[in-house]
Design a protein around this ligand. Structure first.
Ligand SMILES: [Zn+2]
Length: 176
């Protein structure tokens, strides 16, 4: 793990291409569990709703097309429990979709939109360097945040509502 992190930092220093970032969408196991149980971990019963052409899916990291059935539920986007965590609303496609690949570069549907980038340290505490990235600027802003060794990972969040979209790590950080 430590070796991978150091390698990631070295790679960051010398390259600024898309492979310097690992993009972590909602795990397929979680999406499948919600789809099959039709309730979330927080007591909400779920029913598919039809998208009007909005609603970013946190599993395939694409915006829904008009007519797509979506599930809206509450999600805690962290691996383990810690105080600096928020539970918030997310959409996924109700009928299944391929998970966005972690080495797929910055997701196209989000690269053209403004995003809040919220950094966390290795203890899952929010780091003070949160930024608002203008449309087209989120990828380079995420790279800049991750150049700070105190930042372990970054959440991409909605610029208007603050909702979690996906997690960003240095390439080679080793988390799936
Ligand atoms: Zn999807």
């Amino acid at each position: 793990m430590r070796k991978n992190r150091i390698a990631g930092r070295i790679a960051l220093r010398y390259t600024a291409d898309m492979k310097s970032l690992t993009i972590i969408a909602m795990p397929t196991s979680h999406a499948q569990k919600v789809r099959s149980l039709l309730h979330d971990e927080f007591g909400n019963e779920l029913a598919p709703e039809i998208s009007d052409g909005s609603g970013p899916c946190r599993h395939c990291l694409r915006y829904a097309s008009a007519g797509d059935p979506l599930l809206l539920f509450s999600y805690r986007p962290f691996d383990k429990s810690a105080p600096y965590q928020e539970i918030g609303p997310v959409f996924i496609h109700a009928n299944g979709c391929p998970r966005f690949p972690s080495d797929g570069g910055f997701p196209e549907d989000f690269s053209r939109r403004p995003l809040i980038l919220r950094p966390y340290d290795a203890s899952d505490k929010i780091h003070d360097s949160q930024v608002f990235a203008e449309a087209g600027g989120a990828e380079s802003a995420a790279l800049a945040l991750l150049a700070d060794p105190a930042v372990a990972y970054v959440h991409a969040r909605s610029s208007t509502r603050g909702c979690f979209m996906f997690r960003i790590e240095r390439a080679g950080a080793g988390t799936s």
